[in-house]
Design a protein around this ligand. Structure first.
Ligand code: SAM
Length: 290
């Protein structure tokens, strides 16, 4: 069964009595070389366990199952579950879970699927064609989770991908860029035009791979302070860093913050969007030490 063929997708959905649900960001891939390439490039070893978010009718899931140890696929739309049990019937290394990935205990669900008490010693990677309406929250959720992920490979809106790889000081640079810099490195693998999806979205998409080394690329004394600081800086990105941060860390006071910035060699009127993740980490260390 060619799961990227429009007539096959429409046939399966008609048989199940369902239609595309815009509120779930359903744009299914109809170009077979795209799921093949994503699956090829999302992990380095066939022993990897893959967490897929939003399998849809299973075109990427099937490619992943053919290459890797096990696929745990979490799909929110219950209408797609009977379709997935048909399209993935030939694989005994796929577990489909009908749930919202933001609400599920992902670590527990993966361990249960593998029949192991914990994820110790398991190489785990995320691979997904993400629903656009919730891309950034899902990425933040995965990065800030305690899942032992070695990488995250996702298809996202090109515009969001541009943000992920943006250098500090550019308009694309945002909280997600700075947060990502703490956890790992990101690279854009390739771009996919709207015509590769059914229904076609309005914008182009990009596939990005985020590599997450077990040892963080940047050291910081309090991860929590660093994250609070980054979120504070970008919540009010038009304000100076002193104003934005003092609103969220009222106990420090603007004058003390300005002094710390000056001691670290920054202009006291600098905006948060000009700081790299390493800069935020230096500032977070000074704040933690107060
Ligand atoms: N993987 C399929 C493909 O590439 O053709 C479908 C990708 S489609 C862009 C996004 C999928 O994510 C849909 O199947 C949608 O129902 C599912 N989805 C949306 N929100 C979700 C959530 N919060 N948790 C799990 N799945 C979700």
């Amino acid at each position: 069964m060619n799961l990227c063929q429009v007539s096959v997708i429409k046939g399966l959905m008609a048989e199940a009595g369902i239609t595309f649900r815009k509120e779930f960001g359903q744009n299914f891939l109809i170009s077979p070389d795209v799921p093949e390439r994503i699956a090829d490039e999302c992990a380095d070893s066939s022993d990897t366990v893959i967490l897929e978010i939003g399998p849809g009718i299973g075109c990427l899931t099937a490619e992943l199952a053919a290459r890797y140890r096990h696929v745990v696929a979490v799909e929110i739309d219950s209408g797609l579950i009977p379709i997935l049990s048909k399209t993935l019937a030939e694989f005994d290394n796929v577990t489909v879970i009908n749930a919202d990935c933001m609400k599920l205990d992902l670590g527990r669900a993966i361990a249960d699927a593998l029949g192991t008490p914990s994820l110790d010693g398991i190489t785990l990677a995320v691979c997904a064609n993400l629903p656009y309406y919730i891309t950034t929250p899902i990425l933040m959720h995965l990065l800030e989770s305690d899942l032992p992920l070695s990488s995250i490979t996702v298809m996202i809106q090109k515009e969001v991908a541009d943000r992920l790889v943006s250098p500090p000081g550019k308009s694309d640079y945002g909280a997600i860029t700075a947060v990502l810099g703490y956890y790992g490195t990101v690279r854009c693998l390739f771009t996919v035009p709207p015509g590769c999806f059914l229904p076609a979205p309005k914008v182009s998409s990009s596939v990005v791979r985020i590599d997450l080394p077990s040892e963080r690329p940047i050291a910081v004394s309090s991860e929590e302070t660093l994250m609070r600081l980054i979120h504070a800086a970008f919540e009010m990105r038009r304000k100076t860093l002193v104003n934005a941060v003092s609103a969220k860390f009222p106990s420090i006071g603007k004058d003390r913050l300005a002094e710390i910035l000056a001691e670290l060699g920054f202009d006291v009127n600098i905006r948060g969007e000009r700081l790299s993740t390493a800069d935020f980490a230096r500032l977070a260390d000074r704040i933690s030490a107060l």
